[in-house]
Design a protein around this ligand. Structure first.
Ligand SMILES: Cc1cc2nc3c(=O)[nH]c(=O)nc-3n(C[C@H](O)[C@H](O)[C@H](O)COP(=O)(O)O)c2cc1C
Length: 334
């Protein structure tokens, strides 16, 4: 009997397929369908730091214009029943969804500073979220800021959020760091329970007819798997928290590879946009069939078997392989 259960960031999961933050997880109805189709957890679509701050400021200014702005503290704001629109809707989505599904519901906040909004995760916890994922992204394009200054912000955000909640905190990151391995290791020791490698970003593209700046492909393709596969494998036994893989996991084989690299779960989105919710079952079926063929009954029996630390061939992740690979490569039709 094959057992697909796993754990990620303190959450017990019936299988390793978490639905990544996206429009797929924006309503209770859709989340119920994802659960019916086999999803083991969902990360809700992100609320943006700016939305939280904007609504907080709108509330302040309306209180002020009505002439009762005293102790202007967040404490007051937190207990006032005056939040609006998207923050309220978000908390309702969490509470409503928790009533309808049994799988873990992970809230998500997209943020880039540690200021003003960091009280909000407490409300997310009170609404019933099982964990919170911080999608932190600071594009390191500002020549006036050093790498250390940028990296310090990640630490500040995590510290502030950890002060406010008891539920597990997960951080979803990019790969834009000057020393990725040491940064990931440092972040893993901050008290967070999980890291997601990596987020997929909006990429600008150019329209050669109109010379406009357009958006690159929104959805990933299967070949986008390899960046996160390499880094999950490199970091798997070097971090102090659980790892989940994201980007380019489109089928059961890609999921198996991430587990072999050392991931405890994957967060997927594009494959479901392309193939629909039933694709979850298909992927799980592929994993089960592979495990059966290999004689495995639990994921722990093979998880991390091909991580860099466990692999009998650790150089495969490094430069030597790169040299061998490109030296021998021939032109097609030659
Ligand atoms: C349409 C769409 C919307 C997304 N919205 C969010 C979001 O709000 N917050 C977030 O952290 N990630 C968001 N993502 C990123 C996904 O959660 C996921 O990390 C990324 O797409 C890589 O996984 P995939 O290759 O399986 O799509 C979005 C992805 C897509 C395709």
């Amino acid at each position: 009997m094959i057992n697909l259960s796993t754990g990620f960031a303190g959450l017990e999961l019936k299988n390793p397929i978490i639905i990544g933050s996206s429009g797929l997880t924006n309503t209770t109805k859709d989340i119920r369908k994802l659960e019916e189709n086999g999803a083991s957890a969902v990360v809700l679509k992100s609320l943006f730091e700016e939305e939280i701050i904007r609504e907080m400021q709108a509330t302040y200014s309306s209180m002020s214009s009505e002439g009762f702005i005293y102790p202007e503290t967040l404490e007051f704001y937190e207990h006032a029943d005056t939040q609006e629109e998207s923050t309220i809707r978000y908390l309702d989505l969490i509470a409503g969804t928790k009533k309808e599904v049994t799988i873990p519901v992970i809230a998500s906040i997209n943020c880039l500073t540690a200021s003003q909004w960091t009280y909000f995760p407490r409300h997310v916890e009170e609404a019933g979220a099982d964990a919170i994922e911080l999608n932190i992204f600071i594009l390191p394009s500002d020549l006036e800021r050093t790498a250390q200054e940028n990296e310090k912000v990640y630490h500040e955000i995590i510290r502030e959020v950890l002060k406010n909640v008891k539920i597990p905190v997960i951080v979803k990151l990019s790969f834009y760091f000057s020393n990725l391995a040491s940064f990931l290791q440092e972040i893993s020791k901050t008290g967070i329970k999980g890291m997601v490698l990596f987020n997929r970003f909006y990429n600008p593209d150019f329209d050669l007819n109109t010379l406009d700046i357009t958006s690159g492909a929104v959805l990933s393709s299967p070949s986008d798997l390899f960046l996160s596969l390499r880094w999950i494998a490199i970091m798997a036994e070097r971090v102090a928290c659980d790892l989940a893989a994201s980007t380019g996991v489109h089928d059961g084989n890609a999921l198996i590879k991430q587990l072999l690299a050392g991931a405890r779960a994957v967060e997927i989105a594009s494959a479901l946009y392309k193939h629909g919710d039933a694709h979850i079952g298909k992927m799980l079926h592929e994993v089960e069939a592979w495990m059966k063929a290999k004689g495995y009954t639990t994921i722990d029996e093979f998880r991390g078997k091909l991580s860099q630390a466990s692999s009998s061939h650790p150089a495969a992740y490094e430069r030597v392989q790169f040299m061998k690979y490109f030296r021998g490569y021939q032109k097609e039709n030659s």
